[in-house]
Ligand binder design. Structure first.
Ligand code: HEM
Ligand code: FES
Length: 347
């Protein structure tokens, strides 16, 4: 299969413009307030302000990135944020780089760069709680973020395969943990008001709560429903599937199946998009095609095939109507097999 990059489009430009405007606005407001409260006396102190503004900005962006996934799972209104999340990640990495560079500049301007190296290689300090070389934790996080930003392009996704790529990108949680430690063992040790503890504590609480809530919701789907005697999974009356949307059910093995309805046509597909494992069942039917909520790949309801000339195909499932209830056979058919049916809507 050839590699086809997702093209630039108007929505992506708008997303990026809003992102850049948000970063600039945050940095301006943070710097304005910080300078008004504690006016810097010299250039070195103004670098301190920059380190704080950029560090908290990157941390806030990382928090938002981690919240987008579970939020979109809990409420489809957040799906537009999921779209193009990778640009958000790359931009956060750039902000974090300038934050780290500002600290190097701080040492460099005073001609004491070697003492930065001494600080990072003072091994006994790694056993201390107060005085731990917290910059190393930031550095490790930055290395992980660099790795992720540089492999975020679809080229790598295609080369490495979606399951491996996705697993690799779970390292963002390790980076987040390292940054929380970086701030807890560094800036939080100096008593400088409430903003930072609220930012770090609030972020940790929100990220954890959203992941637990989305996981709970996922478990409710995975627990599934009783199969009938022939092993088919009941979905519900046709009208219980929202028009142009899907209901997600779980096969006994845990595999999720998206059962879509387009008017009186009902069809079932794997819930896993061929592009990047996105949750197809959280998308909707646009212009007669099932559209993945993540990057807009499209598939036909009748057979799970992408419209020509695109080569992607999804596994489909047999569906039937029994006693007014749509049922799905959880044994997948070969990708691209036609399996949708017509259902009476006033049954
Ligand atoms: C090479 C990597 C890094 C270095 C050398 C570094 C260095 C520093 C330094 C020197 C401070 C100031 C500590 C203080 O004022 O006591 C700091 C604070 C901070 N850093 Fe980093 N950092 C790095 C990576 C990161 C990353 C990747 C993030 C977030 C994504 C981050 C987020 C923060 C935050 C939120 C603060 C607290 C800002 C404040 O004092 O208000 N840092 N960092
Ligand atoms: S995961 Fe990218 S379009 Fe579906």
């Amino acid at each position: 299969m050839g590699y086809v990059a997702v093209q630039w489009n108007r929505a992506k430009y708008i997303y990026d413009a809003v992102l850049i405007a948000g970063v600039v606005l945050y940095l301006a407001v943070f710097t304005g307030i910080e300078v008004a409260l504690h006016p810097p006396k010299n250039y070195l102190e103004s670098i301190d302000v920059r380190i704080k503004a950029l560090g908290t900005c990157a941390f806030l962006m990382l928090t938002i990135i981690l919240c987008i996934g579970p939020l979109a799972r809990l409420n489809p209104r957040f799906l537009p944020l999921l779209y193009n999340r990778r640009h958000f990640g790359v931009m956060m990495f750039l902000v974090a780089c300038v934050h780290a560079w500002s600290m190097v500049e701080w040492f460099w301007l005073q001609g004491v760069l070697p003492s930065l190296v001494d600080e990072l290689t003072n091994w006994p300090n790694y056993l201390k709680f107060i005085g731990f070389p917290y910059k190393t934790l930031g550095l490790l996080a930055l290395i992980i973020l660099l790795f992720m930003a540089s492999t975020s392009h679809d080229y790598w996704l295609n080369l490495l395969g979606p399951p491996f790529w996705k697993a690799m990108h779970m390292a963002v949680y390790i980076a987040y943990g390292l940054v929380v430690m970086h701030v807890s063992l560094g800036a939080l040790q100096g008593n400088r008001g409430l903003f930072l503890p609220i930012l770090i504590g609030g972020s940790f609480a929100i990220v954890t709560a959203l992941h637990l809530a989305a996981g709970w919701r996922g478990r409710a789907i995975d627990r599934g429903v009783a199969l009938d005697a022939e092993g088919w999974v009941p979905v519900g009356p046709p009208q219980s599937i929202p028009d142009k949307r899907a209901k997600i059910v779980a096969a006994p093995g845990g595999e999720r199946i998206a059962v879509f309805r387009d008017g009186d046509q009902v069809g079932a597909l794997t819930n896993v998009c061929a592009h990047q494992n996105g949750p197809i069942g959280e998308g909707r039917i646009v212009d007669g095609l099932i559209t993945c909520p993540w990057h807009g790949y499209q598939y036909q309801l009748k057979n799970g095939c992408a419209p020509p000339p695109f080569p992607e195909k999804l596994a489909t499932y047999r569906v039937r109507l029994k006693d007014g209830i749509v049922e799905v056979d959880p044994r997948p058919l070969a990708a691209g097999t036609a399996a949708a049916i017509k259902v009476p809507l006033n049954a």
